[in-house]
Design a protein. Structure first.
Length: 316
């Protein structure tokens, strides 16, 4: 055999092992569970910037490298992830393990490296988690979730969630609201006073959707007066305008629960040059049919306070 032929046969053999062998460290993997070169893939952070428990008390840890592989039939999940998903917003996802309980959740994005891990959840068969989408995220991708009984137990099968982002206004200041059941929540944003910078200026909400001087606009509204459209998102932005410098107040109003007994929600605040902030809360009342000045004031990741409590504010 001449040298050229020997090299060709050697290369062909190598390609055969690489393409069909599907093995790493001597372990054989099914085709959909191949180990991959993590360095050749984008990080999950390009698709999902953070994740946490639905009550806001546990922040997910970003773990570098390839997500763990599941070969176990349990704990199996049913995932509820209704409503729109918007760039710069957040999504509430319900995870139901049926007869099984779990206390750890893994979140990955297909064709991306790195993953999020939430541990220390109260052992239960149902929990919610919240994950946040960067303003620059790709228009569509697939996220997947899996759970385990404890922090070191085998994980069950990953359940995919197709994510298709609905375009909304972005800009230097963007405030959005998402919730998990068909009800009518309203997002209110009080702008700074143009002279003092105090949060006492124009209030953007469903009753006055545009501030013509700043081009602040409510450009996504949902389920108005219980006419259910299943968007379950609202968004206020200053795309094409100039946000005022100063302090802003965010309020969320349960206009009408539309027969729902529990509504989980999350507010996401994007301000240029600052880290994205998320705030979660729950409504269990029937609603107040509120207008200008209505809404619940909130505190970060600790639930909600009644009107007159510490408001959710940010500075631009």
């Amino acid at each position: 055999m001449n040298l050229t032929r020997a090299i060709i046969l050697c290369l062909a053999a190598s390609m055969s092992v690489t393409c069909a062998g599907g093995s790493t460290g001597g372990a054989e993997y099914p085709a959909n569970e191949q180990a991959f070169d993590a360095g050749a893939l984008p990080s999950i952070t390009q698709y999902i910037s953070s994740a946490k428990s639905g009550d806001g008390t546990i922040q997910a840890q970003l773990i570098s490298g390839a997500p763990p592989i599941s070969r176990n039939p349990a704990p199996a999940l049913t995932v509820a992830a209704g409503g729109f998903t918007i760039p710069g917003g957040s999504k509430i996802v319900g995870l139901n393990a049926g007869a099984n309980t779990y206390s750890r959740v893994l979140l990955k994005v297909n064709a991306a490296t790195d993953y999020y891990e939430l541990t220390g959840l109260p052992a239960a068969s149902y929990n919610t988690i919240v994950f946040t989408i960067p303003q620059t995220a790709p228009a569509s991708f697939t996220a997947s979730l899996a759970v385990s009984v404890g922090p070191t137990d085998p994980i069950g099968p990953y359940v995919p969630i197709g994510v298709s982002l609905t375009p909304v206004g972005l800009g230097d200041v963007q405030v959005s609201l998402a919730w998990d059941v068909p009800s009518d929540l309203d997002l209110h944003l009080v702008e700074p006073d143009s002279v003092t910078g105090a949060a006492s200026g124009f209030e953007i909400y469903y009753g006055q959707t545009v501030d013509t001087s700043t081009q602040g606009k409510l450009d996504l509204d949902s389920n108005a007066a219980c006419n259910i459209d299943n968007k379950n998102n609202e968004n206020i932005t200053f795309q094409g305008g100039t946000p005022l410098r100063g302090n802003y107040i965010v309020r969320v109003d349960n206009w009408k629960a539309c027969s729902q007994t529990r509504i989980n929600y999350v507010v996401t605040v994007n301000v240029k040059g600052q880290s994205t902030q998320t705030f979660v809360g729950v409504f269990t009342d029937p609603g107040d049919v509120g207008g200008r000045g209505s809404g619940t004031t909130m505190v970060p990741d600790g639930g909600v306070l009644p009107d007159g409590g510490v408001p959710l504010t940010f500075t631009y």
